[in-house]
Design a protein around this ligand. Structure first.
Ligand SMILES: Cc1ncc(COP(=O)(O)O)c(C=O)c1O
Length: 404
């Protein structure tokens, strides 16, 4: 409490003021809020962050109810019935769920997987398969296009696989792969195979009909389109198929059947659960529903993406992908062809303005990426565009960029 008194020199009146000062811990006042235009980690709402500010025991009834709520809600979002599909939560980042599916569902005896790939995340599936020492056929496509369904059909016609894997939104470029068409081909030519879709950066904002697409396993993680905080991933699995894999896992912690059985038995995780992260995720799911579910979120991301792509086009930046291959999650841009452009400097100057973009992840073009998922809105996209204009000006790069 601070008392301040003031006496007027002209008429001698005394004015007295009492100030009540609330001290906020410096950790809150000094923290800079960055806007993340990346594929993850992503920004989340304040209310989602606040939901974490509680300690709950892993056997607490409220926590067990939270896990149940999350598992059911994810099945609802996937529009599948709890009678035929289940949701298994896996501690760790997204890659942990990818490895959990691969190490549990590829048969130890006679397992052979086809990985259909057009970018870094598809290549990561191949890497995980190689670690397992499983028989792998790798069908590779150019990084700047969707996978070619005709070529996939030929491959499936002339080979027998136990498992087929593909990435939905290949986040390294931003393209959406035709997972429904590929799923129909798997069903037609390899009807016994399990079909696995890595929907890490699309689930919750890009509608996908799992039944029509013949998807047996789909993975995503907490801090993508649902906008929870990072710390766990989840698998939506066709229950019968999953149960056939009992005893196949090559890992203890990533054994998907054991994790499922644990969750079903008493609603608990087998090993320490990320309690705070799960509380935040429940709040994130409530906020997703309030926004209009998958369609509502898709609409916001589509608007963000349109604002970004239009603004960047006006500045003369060239997209890596043809519009027919471009999704609405993340966009890759070629480096401008100007001697003053240097990505590190461009990135740092934007970062100094609290705007965080991302390096490219394609191997045969110099690109950077701008994501538009997470807690981002039209005004955030417009602010980023203004910062890019200012940074180009500061770097003496005239806009619009010349078109070759
Ligand atoms: C399609 C896809 N698969 C896998 C991953 C890996 O997830 P994580 O980095 O959380 O392990 C990502 C990450 O962005 C991704 O976009």
């Amino acid at each position: 409490m601070i008392n301040v008194s003031y006496q007027s020199l002209t008429d001698g009146t005394v004015l007295s003021l009492t100030l009540h000062v609330v001290l906020v811990p410096t950790v809150f006042t000094n923290a800079v809020e960055k806007k993340l235009f990346t594929p993850g980690p992503l920004g989340v709402s304040l209310t989602t962050r606040q939901a974490m500010l509680r300690d709950l025991g892993s056997r607490d009834g409220e926590f067990i109810d939270t896990v149940k709520f999350i598992r059911n809600k994810l099945l609802e979002l996937a529009e599948v019935s709890a009678e035929t599909y289940t949701c298994v939560l896996v501690q760790g980042s997204g890659t942990f769920s990818v490895e959990a599916v691969l190490s549990t569902t590829i048969p130890r005896k006679g397992g052979k997987i086809l990985v259909i790939e057009n970018g870094a995340y598809g290549k990561r599936i191949c890497q995980a398969v190689k670690v397992l020492g499983v028989d792998l056929m790798h069908l590779s496509f150019p990084e700047d296009k969707k996978v070619d369904v005709q070529k996939v059909a030929k491959c499936l016609q002339s080979n027998v696989f136990t498992n087929v894997a593909i990435v939905h939104c290949e986040t390294s470029s931003g393209t959406f792969n035709p997972v429904t068409e590929v799923g129909a081909l798997v069903q037609k030519y390899n009807p016994d195979a399990s079909y696995f879709v890595d929907a890490m950066s699309s689930f919750g904002a890009v509608p996908l009909d799992l039944l029509k697409s013949n998807v047996h396993y789909l993975v995503s993680s907490a801090n993508k389109c649902i906008e929870g905080v990072p710390g766990f991933a989840y698998v939506i699995a066709q229950t019968d198929k999953l149960l056939q894999c009992k005893g196949e896992a090559r890992s203890l912690s990533l054994d998907l059947v054991a994790q499922y059985e644990g969750l079903e038995k008493n609603g608990q995780f087998r090993f320490t659960p990320p309690t705070h992260v799960l509380l935040a995720f429940k709040q994130a799911l409530i906020e997703l529903e309030a926004e209009g579910g998958v369609q509502g979120r898709a609409n916001r991301y589509k608007t963000n993406s349109a604002v970004l792509q239009d603004g960047m086009k006006k500045m003369g930046f060239r997209q890596l992908l043809d519009p027919s291959d471009q999704g609405y999650i993340i966009t890759s841009y070629h480096y401008p062809n100007h001697p003053n452009f240097n990505f590190q400097e461009f990135y740092q100057r934007l970062n100094d303005k609290d705007q965080v973009i991302y390096p490219g992840k394609v191997t045969d073009a110099n690109c950077f990426r701008i994501g538009n998922i997470g807690h981002l809105f039209t005004e955030d996209m417009e602010c980023l565009l203004q910062c890019i204009r200012n940074v180009c000006d500061d770097m003496d790069i005239p806009l619009p960029l010349p078109q070759k």
